[in-house]
Design a protein around this ligand. Structure first.
Ligand code: EPZ
Length: 417
């Protein structure tokens, strides 16, 4: 077991480079099994979710060769066996093996996926999509068995613009007989990255990034290459660090268009940022204006940045409101921010945040991945020492976070408990 120890109130200068997007990579890795032949995925982030997926690919006897951020995957010797509960529950994205193995082998057996406890996280939209394509879904306790004599094209309208369901249906529909249209599809940019990978394999998909995606099924998919796009949530997290403590802090390797909603809010608050080549330079300002934030599906303000953003709101001079509309339990960080001295009234998924509240270091716990990120931001600005427990959540989604922050002057380290 380990903990993160932070000594707060140090200005941060220098450059933080952004890695590949977790929420792209966790779909691209399973997707490689759709191909007959070797796939190469570049810019894969060094996060524990990646390792959990590698364990599942190896469990299925998939070939993986890792060379730093470049991964080669080949499904030539794949055994489509049951994916154990132990493997399925290690992360939410294990559900992508459903769409991939159903699409390629017309059969998959695995358990309900895991993931951070930010809500009930049902997969009904995924399963309804698979049934529309002709699959039979059998549920035995937490185990799912999906079978299809054949998969055929379908017209599918998602009740909610679910990222995972959109991607999973794309996977299965790529090798179905006929054309599938997904209406009310999620528009997150990671879906474009996945469409590009599948099309590089010979799939015929259009419309990713819009709310209507058309997939013309093909017989087979061949090996292909793809590069993981920059992680807009990692980028947003460090941009918020720069807003809080930047002294010419540069966040580089970003696609600024992917964070438009965040920059719009930072501008309203009076945050000092300047775009340079493929990055942004941030400088802390003394007076920040309060602002109201409501998380929405893309291109709205991303739910994954709501928790880190709430820390910046504690430093604004006035009353801000934060409302989480995607997940019903993405509030685990608030009690710890309050313990540190923040003045926050929480009602369900809505929070009223009274600033400017000086924070004091203390002992706190990460309750989920992005709550953990928020607590790191809080520790960086708090007076004194902050100790964060349950840090495995954080290491799932932030590549080399201790190194990246120490490199720009943060006094932060991991210690054994
Ligand atoms: C992806 O989760 C991301 N995870 C999440 O990031 C992100 O918060 C979310 O998209 C929204 O952007 C990965 O990509 C691995 P959804 P996903 O399906 O696909 C409901 C992080 O911090 N829903 O878009 O699971 C669901 O309950 C993680 O990196 C159903 O009701 O999200 C939720 O309320 C956290 N039935 C909403 O839709 C379903 O079948 C959004 O879910 C599926 C989803």
């Amino acid at each position: 077991m380990e903990k993160i120890v932070i000594e707060g109130c140090h200005s941060l200068s220098g450059t933080i480079s952004i890695g590949g997007a977790k929420n792209s990579a966790v779909a691209l890795i399973p997707a490689a099994l759709l191909a007959d032949g070797e796939c190469l995925i570049d810019n894969v982030p060094n996060i524990t979710d990646r390792d959990a997926l590698f364990d599942i690919v190896k469990h299925l006897n998939g070939d993986i060769v890792q060379n730093g951020k470049e991964i080669k995957i080949n499904s030539q010797n794949l055994n489509n066996i049951l994916i154990s509960e132990e493997l399925s529950v290690r992360l939410r994205a294990s559900y992508y093996f459903m769409g991939v193995l159903l699409g390629k082998y017309k059969h998959v057996e695995m358990y309900f996926p895991g993931g951070c406890n930010i809500g009930s996280r049902p997969i009904d939209l995924h399963l309804k999509g698979f049934e529309a394509l002709g699959a039979k879904v059998t549920k035995k306790g937490h185990k799912y068995i999906l079978d299809a004599k054949d998969l055929h094209g379908a017209d599918i309208t998602l009740d909610f613009a679910s990222v995972g369901a959109t991607i999973n249906i794309m996977f299965a529909a790529s090798l179905a007989k006929g054309t599938t249209t997904i209406h009310n599809a999620a528009k997150e940019v990671e879906i474009i990255n996945i469409m590009d990978f599948l099309n590089n394999m010979g799939a015929k998909i259009t419309g990713a990034g819009t709310d209507t995606i058309v997939i013309c099924g093909v017989e087979k998919l061949h090996g292909a290459n793809i590069k993981v796009i920059p992680d807009r949530i990692e980028a947003g997290t460090y941009i918020l660090v720069g807003a809080l403590l930047g002294d010419n802090l540069k966040v580089e390797g970003i696609i600024k268009e992917h964070n438009e909603a965040l920059f719009a809010k930072l501008k309203q608050m009076g945050v000092n940022y300047k775009f340079v080549d493929d990055g942004v330079i941030l400088n802390k300002v003394e007076k920040l204006k309060p602002v109201d934030v409501k998380t929405l599906v893309y291109p709205g303000f991303p739910t994954d940045l709501g928790q880190p953003m709430s820390v910046l709101l504690t430093q604004a001079e006035g009353v801000s409101k934060m409302e989480e509309t995607i997940w019903e339990n993405r509030v685990g960080h608030y009690p710890y921010l309050i313990k540190m001295g923040a003045k926050i009234e929480v009602e369900g998924v809505k929070a009223t945040i009274y600033g400017k509240s000086p924070l004091k270091g203390t002992e706190i716990h990460a309750t989920d991945l992005r709550a953990g990120a928020a607590l790191i931001l809080a520790g960086l600005i708090a007076e004194g020492t902050t100790t964060i427990y349950d840090i495995d959540y954080i290491l799932r989604g932030y590549e080399n976070i201790i190194h990246k922050l120490s490199n720009v002057g943060a006094k932060i380290k991991i210690e054994k408990i």
